[in-house]
Design a protein. Structure first.
Length: 137
């Protein structure tokens, strides 16, 4: 099926051709800094399934704890974070679920895994049923 998404201003849109995705929260410090929020919610999909259909995102390379590059793609106009490509997961893209259209930001009501729970704010509880990884697994 096709999932679509966009940034806040609509300058960037994308489409994903995938039957399913892995739903993952990431509580790492970089995700907090990037979004200004407590965590990112992600639909993790095969990298080849993601196509930008309008505009050109900017990118910023952050160096992860592994020493590998985490490429952050965002709208140059409104600043929405759209997706990340991690050098440690060369075949996958972590689409920021809040940018998905049609209520898909809900991730089907299910979170399969939480990363970097060691950095999760103490006011948030673990998601029931989600695998808990202290760092990146
Ligand atoms: Zn935008
Ligand atoms: Zn993170």
């Amino acid at each position: 099926m096709t999932f679509t998404g966009s940034c806040m201003c609509g300058g960037i849109t994308y489409a994903i051709e995938a039957d399913k995705y892995l739903s993952a929260l990431c509580h790492c410090i970089d995700c907090q800094k990037w979004t200004g929020g407590a965590f990112t919610s992600n639909a993790v999909v095969p990298r080849a399934s993601v196509k930008v259909t309008k505009g050109t995102p900017n990118s910023y390379d952050a160096t992860g704890k592994s020493g590998k590059i985490n490429k952050h793609f965002f709208c140059p106009t409104c600043g929405s974070g759209l997706y990340t490509e991690l050098e440690v997961m060369p075949d996958m893209t972590c689409v920021k679920a809040g940018t998905l259209d049609g209520g898909e930001a809900n991730l089907g009501g299910k979170v399969e895994i939480e990363f970097y729970v060691k950095d999760r704010p103490s006011y948030l509880a673990p998601v029931a049923g989600a695998k808990q990884e202290p760092m990146f697994g």
